[in-house]
Ligand binder design. Structure first.
Ligand SMILES: CC(C)(COP(=O)(O)OP(=O)(O)OC[C@H]1O[C@@H](n2cnc3c(N)ncnc32)[C@H](O)[C@@H]1OP(=O)(O)O)[C@@H](O)C(=O)NCCC(=O)NCCS
Length: 184
């Protein structure tokens, strides 16, 4: 659905369930996330089924599967929560642990924001645990700005955690998006 130099962002398929189940069940990957973890194979299949049925143009969450073009492997997912007004969206992203440190999340976020800006969206937001430095770096690298710090605002796996709110206006994205050279 969306191609980047190294990635294909596509709809989820039933055969993605084992890979998604594996990385979502990794305690390090789930540490700052509100989604359930670990996932049983049946729960992973149900999650993927729900993702596959959603429509990206409808308000609500649409989850892109992130596939590596080189070998067709599923390496993560990127969610877009389109608001009812279809002019704003929230995003969230996850990569399988073996795929960290290559710029794939940055490349996926940049492509999705570019796609949504071209569709006329006005503003984007992302929410992350204040300790989630890897996520903060991806957001800052793609032009998001820190807008808020909510103290002990979210209960994640029994722990009250601080949440950072990041925002990005479409008109600022063009100026601050990383250069293609960074992603080459
Ligand atoms: C958040 C998450 C996706 C970030 O993964 P990541 O691998 O650090 O992010 P990227 O794929 O964009 O890679 C960026 C890193 O690769 C490096 N890199 C290597 N080659 C690169 C390239 N060609 N282009 C860009 N960056 C590259 C960058 O320097 C950067 O490293 P740094 O952060 O140490 O400076 C990952 O930590 C994750 O899945 N966490 C669990 C889920 C989660 O918490 N999600 C956030 C929800 S808000």
């Amino acid at each position: 659905m969306i191609e980047t130099p190294r990635l294909l962002l596509r709809r989820f398929r039933p055969d993605d369930a084992p890979v998604l189940g594996a990385y979502r069940s990794d305690p390090d990957i789930a540490r700052y996330q509100v989604w359930p973890s670990p996932l049983t194979p049946a729960e992973a299949a149900e999650t993927v089924r729900g993702y596959a049925e959603a429509q990206p143009e409808d308000p609500g969450w649409f989850q892109y599967a992130i596939e590596l073009q080189a070998d067709g492997r599923l390496i993560g997912d990127l969610g877009v929560n389109l608001h009812e007004n279809r002019l704003q969206a929230d995003i969230g992203f996850t990569l399988a642990p073996a795929q960290h440190g290559h710029g794939y999340a940055t490349e996926a976020v940049q492509a999705v924001i570019g796609h949504l800006v071209a569709q006329g969206l006005h503003r984007f937001a992302a929410y992350c645990d204040a300790r989630n430095t890897a996520s903060i770096r991806v957001l800052e690298r793609t032009g998001f700005r820190l807008e808020g710090h909510a103290v002990e605002a979210v209960l994640i796996r029994g722990e009250w955690t601080d949440t950072y709110t990041f925002g990005l206006l479409a008109r600022h994205w063009k100026d601050s998006a990383p250069s293609p050279a960074l992603l080459a």
